[in-house]
Design a protein around this ligand. Structure first.
Ligand SMILES: [Zn+2]
Length: 43
């Protein structure tokens, strides 16, 4: 299982690889602030 964050605006997937507990400050793809990211758990 891996914790990732998904941008609700553009669908960008930010993968933490177990190294972080927070989404990026802003989406590197569309620039949306971190409030637009949701946690997604993947197997
Ligand atoms: Zn985005």
């Amino acid at each position: 299982m891996e914790l990732t964050y998904k941008c609700l605006i553009c669908g960008y997937i930010y993968s933490c690889h177990g190294q972080c507990g927070n989404p990026p400050e802003k989406c590197p793809d569309c620039g949306a602030p971190k409030e637009n990211f949701v946690e997604v758990e993947e197997d």
